[in-house]
Design a protein around this ligand. Structure first.
Ligand code: BG6
Length: 483
């Protein structure tokens, strides 16, 4: 018999509201308490930056050596916004806004400074103990990312990052240390940040030096295969450590619309969107889909897969899917290809200085489509609007553009929830300003809280509430009713 349920009118009771961050972009405290050197500690600030281009993406050994030898470079992520020293101040403001959750990542190099040591670094572990204790005191539920773009540089230089199967063991060991240590303090884990984002942030994600391999796409997918196996092993470990653990995987969704109703555009969009689903198809369905195998064959990609891998991936599927969403693009078959970085601007949408379009409807469609495809609990792990905010003389920041962006996206989410998607959390990126992942600049601000540092790390470091602070506070208080 068909059951008719009552219509849902908004976000469910107990919905988690908060924001998201990453250790490498906010903590700072470079080299402190035994921290090792990570990939992003080497992401320099570039003067006269072309904001639409990412320079720390396809990293070569040659370029990395140049960066390491250049004493004049400034590395903003080494200072971040001093979260390591000031986390109590930041968390107090998040609590004031009413945050019931805060997504953060653990810095791999604080725990295993080189990545392949036998024992973890106790000082690093102690820092997160203190952080989680403070969050507990403030009733803020942590959602913890185990790896967010900060692999130890040693693993990249010695093993070529995730390309080497050994990385599975290094990572699993690191993750197990966290799962054991923070049992009772953390319930929600995201194993790898945006596992699908290999067209951008690919050095940060995979640690492969592109000039050291013959077929870079092949190396990337091999590395991704290793990440799939590692995720399954981490989930396997989590199941035996605590029944309370909820283990998530994460993708960055960029909805791709056909540029026109020409069948070629529609088919290209379908095929490209399917290659975005590839990652979660493998993780939730437990096997490599045929469309991906066909794609690999065409591209000359041959994966080294061990016999037990597929069974392991199939057995240890994640419990939930975390989605980050910022913008959407179009595909025009006369210009674009299957290459994941090839896209066309949507002429109907406005965009920010970095070319990131504003499209709440894209969030509705991606959440709905992921829900329809997997029917697993979903959370929004990142969503936000980067802008060059202006700090007024009286300490105010009038960021109505950010409120406008977030309002539209939360409305779209509410619609997706009302249409059936099971969503348990919304974390905007990022509750306080921090260094941009893509361009390593401070000027690309996302926060409800203005942090007074500039691109070169100068400034008072004072924290100011932007107009969006009070707005988000109301959104949280009303469980998303007052937007
Ligand atoms: C996400 C990353 O893809 O985008 C974050 O997970 C990042 O780390 C965010 O900060 C926004 O990108 P950017 O380059 O504007 O900081």
């Amino acid at each position: 018999m068909i059951k008719v349920r009552e219509c849902i009118k908004g976000f469910p009771q107990g919905f988690l509201w908060g924001g998201a961050s990453a250790a490498n972009q906010c903590e700072g405290a470079f080299g402190v308490d035994g921290k090792g050197l990570s990939l992003t500690d080497l992401h320099p600030y570039t003067k006269n930056l072309d904001r639409t281009k990412l320079d720390f993406n396809h990293m070569t050994k040659k370029r990395l050596e140049e960066i390491m030898a250049d004493e004049n470079l400034w590395f903003p992520k080494r200072q971040g916004v001093n979260f390591y020293y000031r986390y109590k101040e930041y968390l107090a403001l998040l609590a004031e806004m009413g945050f019931s959750t805060f997504r953060l990542s653990i810095s791999w190099t604080r725990i295993f400074p080189m990545g392949d040591e036998a024992e973890p670094n106790e000082a690093g572990l102690r820092f997160y103990d203190a952080l989680f204790d403070e969050m507990k005191r403030l009733n803020i539920e942590p959602i913890v990312t185990i790896s967010h773009y900060d692999m130890p540089i040693h693993l990249s230089l010695k093993y070529n990052g995730w390309y080497d199967r050994k990385c599975i063991d290094f990572f699993t060991k690191y993750a197990k240390v966290l799962l054991e240590r923070y049992k009772g303090k953390v319930k929600y884990w995201i194993v790898i940040n945006q596992i699908n984002l290999i067209q951008y942030e690919c050095y940060g994600s995979l640690g492969i030096l592109s000039d050291t391999v013959q077929n870079y796409p092949q190396a990337q997918f091999q590395a991704i295969h290793h990440q799939f196996v590692a995720c399954a092993k981490v989930i396997e470990a989590a199941r035996s450590i605590s029944p309370d653990y909820h283990m998530g995987t994460m993708i960055a969704d960029c909805t791709l619309y056909p540029y026109s109703c020409k069948p070629e555009d529609v088919t290209l969009a379908l095929k490209r969107n399917r290659m975005q689903y590839f990652f979660t198809d493998v993780q939730f369905r437990g096997e490599y889909p045929m469309y991906a195998l066909q794609y690999f064959e065409k591209e000359g990609i041959q994966l080294a897969v061990q016999l037990e891998d597929e069974a392991l991936i199939g057995k240890y599927a994640p419990d939930f899917l975390c989605i980050s969403y910022y913008y959407s693009y179009c595909l025009d078959a006369s210009k674009n290809t299957m290459d994941a970085a090839s896209t066309t601007k949507n002429p109907y949408l406005e965009a920010n200085e970095w070319g990131w379009s504003i499209n709440p409807a894209g969030l509705y469609s991606s959440v709905s489509q992921y829900w329809d495809r997997y029917q697993v609990p979903l959370m929004i792990g990142e969503n936000g609007f980067g802008y060059v905010d202006v700090l007024e003389k009286d300490g105010s920041v009038h960021d109505d553009y950010r409120i406008h962006y977030l309002r539209g996206h939360i409305e779209a989410l509410k619609q997706a929830v009302c249409d059936g998607a099971e969503l348990f959390a919304y974390c905007s990126w990022a509750p306080f300003d921090m260094i941009s992942a893509g361009t390593s600049e401070m000027s690309k601000r996302y926060g409800y809280i203005y942090v007074d540092y500039d691109d070169l790390g100068n400034g008072s470091g004072k924290l100011y509430k932007k107009d969006s602070f009070a707005w988000y506070q109301k959104v949280i208080r009303s469980n998303g009713e007052i937007l």
